[in-house]
Design a protein around this ligand. Structure first.
Ligand code: EPZ
Length: 432
């Protein structure tokens, strides 16, 4: 396929060969913090300045969506961006982009609150699950929006503006919390979000909005209260939003260090965002040195203890690290269990790991188990999504032989300059 970029990894053949990875690998800004930051540009009357934005294709997609809405998006050197929403942004999300890019749902609140309407295509589900938007729609309805659904798209309208509401999320949802919080900032009156998401990205978004004039309480807890400004825009003058470190990229690299590292340091991270991972690695017997903004894997443990892994909303173990962590579990001595509580389609990658030599059993859409340790052998594989794609790269790194990972563009959606970063710590990887 013309756009089939593929990664080729020449594996270390562990544990047969006593090779290891060493050195420093730096984490970029978080995709899932940068996306809501870009969307928030519609809440500002002046230019929003961002720094530490990762150079990944999801950001390019978000910037294109904003340009179509009339927002001026200017990339500057070194991960800086300047975004200016201008006088009257439009309200239609470009269907060809939004259909294939789930992150576009974050725009719904800012566009609706700013323009009084938003028109968007049914957001595609993806391989990890159906990805419904019922919690978004019911939240906007409670805030006074009218929903018109046609066979290809939705229109949400609130010509008289949105009003505050009390919204209870039946599931904790990250992007619905973010987009409804942003809508509430411009609404008339008070909004209370209950069973709200507590992810660091939600907190980072809310804290910046407060600096710019918003009144928000309860960030990081499951109840967030927003006092709306009745349409009065925020000002970002004299402020720059620094995107927080990507905890999923950081965790993926720490897992790589646990698999094959010796004096392997992951830098530019926030350790407290990774406690659910580091506590499990310590339980497995990995020796870690945790510093202010770095984690070092001192050496690869000879025997890894198996664990029971349960994904959970923050501060629990992140679902986005489930697949990378499973690669480590293939090297643990004994039986590990995986319980994926967030998405119903996020275990399929185990079939591919089995082709590479893993012993794994999928019991139902949410539960699996692994028996180790099993040396892995190279395979030609195709990544179904960005996190499984990264897991295949990790597996290929320790396998015997040359692994080819097709659909490399999925990995590029969420991991900036991944092959250069991995080469920097000794991985033999190229992209064709
Ligand atoms: C965010 O997705 C992340 N994406 C995902 O990362 C991450 O896996 C997920 O949170 C969970 O941590 C971004 O932040 C851009 P949810 P989001 O709404 O907000 C159900 C990655 O790889 N739900 O928290 O879309 C949903 O089906 C991506 O970077 C409804 O039922 O996830 C899921 O079961 C993948 N109705 C659960 O809630 C709704 O209206 C949690 O999903 C919305 C969600």
């Amino acid at each position: 396929m013309p756009n089939d970029e593929r990664f080729i990894i020449d594996g270390l053949n562990l544990p047969t060969e006593q090779k290891f990875l060493t050195g420093k690998i730096a984490v970029s800004g978080a995709k899932n913090d940068a996306l809501p930051a870009f969307a928030s540009s519609l809440l500002f009357r002046d230019t929003l300045k961002l720094s530490n934005v990762p150079e990944i294709s999801d950001i390019t997609a978000m910037a294109k969506l904003l340009e179509v809405l009339g927002v001026k998006t200017e990339p500057k050197a070194g991960g800086r961006w300047e975004l200016f929403s201008g006088k009257s942004p439009s309200a239609t999300l470009e269907p060809d982009i939004a259909k294939h890019f789930r992150g576009s749902v974050i725009l719904l609140g800012p566009v609706l609150a700013r323009t009084g309407e938003v028109i968007f295509p049914h957001p595609g589900g993806c391989v990890i699950g159906e990805r419904p938007i019922d919690l978004f729609l019911s939240g906007f309805q409670k805030m006074g929006a009218e929903i018109i659904e046609s066979d290809h798209s939705y229109a949400l309208r609130a010509p008289k503006g949105l009003h505050g509401a009390e919204i209870f999320f039946k599931h904790q949802t990250v992007t619905a919390t973010e987009t409804l919080m942003m809508a509430a900032v411009l609404a008339q009156g008070k909004t209370v979000l209950k069973n709200a998401a507590m992810e660091p990205e939600v907190v980072a978004l809310g804290e910046f909005l407060i600096k710019a004039g918003a009144k928000i309480k309860g960030l990081g807890s499951s109840t967030i209260e927003i006092t709306g400004r009745g349409g009065k825009l925020l000002s970002a003058a004299k402020l720059t939003r620094k995107i927080i470190p990507d905890r999923i990229e950081a965790g993926s690299f720490v897992i790589l260090g646990a698999l094959a590292g010796k004096n392997f340091t992951v830098t530019n991270l926030e350790p407290k965002h990774l406690e659910s991972l580091t506590s499990l690695l310590l339980e497995m017997g990995i020796k870690l040195k945790i510093e202010t903004s770095a984690i070092t894997i001192l050496e690869r443990a000879t025997t890894l203890k198996p664990i029971n892994l349960r994904t959970h909303e923050y501060p629990g173990f992140p679902t986005d690290l489930q697949a990378p962590m499973a690669v480590l579990l293939t090297q643990a001595t004994g039986r590990s269990a995986i319980f994926e509580t967030i998405f119903e389609g996020r275990l399929g990658y185990l079939e591919t790991l089995k082709l590479m030599g893993a012993q794994a059993w999928i019991h139902d859409p949410h539960q699996a188990s692994l028996e180790g340790p099993t040396p892995l052998r190279a395979q030609e594989v195709t990544s179904p999504d960005l996190r499984a794609g990264l897991a295949y790269i990790l597996a290929g790194t320790i396998a015997r032989g040359k692994t080819v990972v097709h659909n490399g563009h999925y990995v590029d959606r969420g991991y900036a300059k991944i092959e250069a970063k991995l080469r920097g710590v000794g991985v033999t990887i190229s992209k064709e």
